[in-house]
Design a protein around this ligand. Structure first.
Ligand code: NAD
Ligand code: FES
Length: 270
């Protein structure tokens, strides 16, 4: 059993949970995730470990309450318990000193981006974080990212905060400017966003890493649920990823697989 210490609503339906999990807090590395189950028979939800405090023995998870399973976890009150948290799973982020790194986060994906920004900064990179959302209410972690970024650029689709448009607009300008052009790009967010970022960086061959979020079941490489096509080969996001070279990802098959259970999920929610 894992005790929830804090539960904060960051944006509509998006909760930040701080949970007592000392073993995971001391073992985790940036880019890894846990699988969370609220109780017996509950859905198994993969969640990136957003942050960890070793001395406090706690981990931070960001969870968007979009389905029956995620809602149950997101609504756990401080002082209450979550039954199972297994992990850390997945490959840690591959860290290098690239120089200038652009970290692009779309909506909820910004929460997954946060530990990467921190780790890239600590590895000696100059990070520019570009984060976007539908409107001001959906912009998250701007202050936290600023602690580890040389600059944070915000884009909202309705122009209610920061510049108006998609995150890719800012990235396009950075790619055109020799003084700002990144040596590597990390992108986390909706699949169409990650695909668009990869198409932007492909012509110049700028290394681009994306964090994929296919459906996961066991999280241990046994069930095949999280299968993705990378450079023509089948890989399992839970053990081989979740981060991959974006230029090798078959985004069309990922979109297909992600939409397989949409109707079922809608029936559970309604
Ligand atoms: P959203 O649809 O509101 O988009 C957020 C921002 O992403 C937009 O404001 C825009 O700046 C950018 N974006 C979206 N589509 C784009 C496109 N076609 N081209 C360029 N930029 C684009 O996002 P949301 O509702 O907060 O996020 C939900 C989605 O994110 C879900 O599909 C979820 O599965 C995915 N997600 C992915 C990860 C991951 O690890 N990759 C993690 C969490 C959530
Ligand atoms: Fe089962 Fe990855 S979730 S193989």
């Amino acid at each position: 059993m894992f005790k929830v210490i804090e539960n904060q609503l960051l944006a509509p339906h998006l909760h930040r949970l701080v949970i007592e999990a000392p073993r995971i807090a001391s073992a985790r590395q940036a880019g890894q995730f846990v699988i969370v189950r609220s109780g017996d028979g509950g859905e198994r939800i993969p969640l990136t470990i957003g942050d960890a405090n070793r001395s406090r023995g706690s981990i931070t998870l960001f969870i968007q309450a979009i389905g029956a399973g995620t809602r149950k976890i997101a609504e756990t009150e401080p002082g209450s318990y979550i039954q199972d948290i297994a992990g850390p799973w997945g490959q840690p982020t591959h860290l290098e000193k690239w120089g200038r790194v652009a970290c692009v986060g779309g909506g909820v994906g910004t929460a997954v981006l946060f530990p990467l920004v921190r780790a890239l900064h600590e590895a000696g990179n100059q990070v520019t974080s570009v984060i976007g959302g539908r409107s001001r209410d959906f912009i998250i972690l701007e202050e936290e990212l600023a602690r580890f970024s040389a600059k944070v650029v915000v884009a909202t689709e309705d122009g209610s905060y920061g510049r108006q448009g998609f995150v890719t607009l800012e990235l396009a300008e950075m790619l055109e400017d020799p003084l700002r052009c990144p040596d590597a790009v990390f992108a986390v967010g909706p699949v169409p966003m990650m695909k668009a970022v990869c198409e932007q960086t492909r012509p110049a061959g700028i290394p681009t890493i994306v964090s994929l979020n296919p459906i996961m079941i066991d999280g241990t490489g046994m069930c095949g649920g999280c299968r993705v096509q990378i450079g023509g080969q089948a890989k399992f996001a839970c053990v081989d990823g979740p981060e991959f070279d974006g230029h090798l990802v078959d985004f069309a098959s990922l979109i297909d697989r992600l939409s397989m259970y949409k109707d079922h999920e809608c029936r559970l929610v309604s």
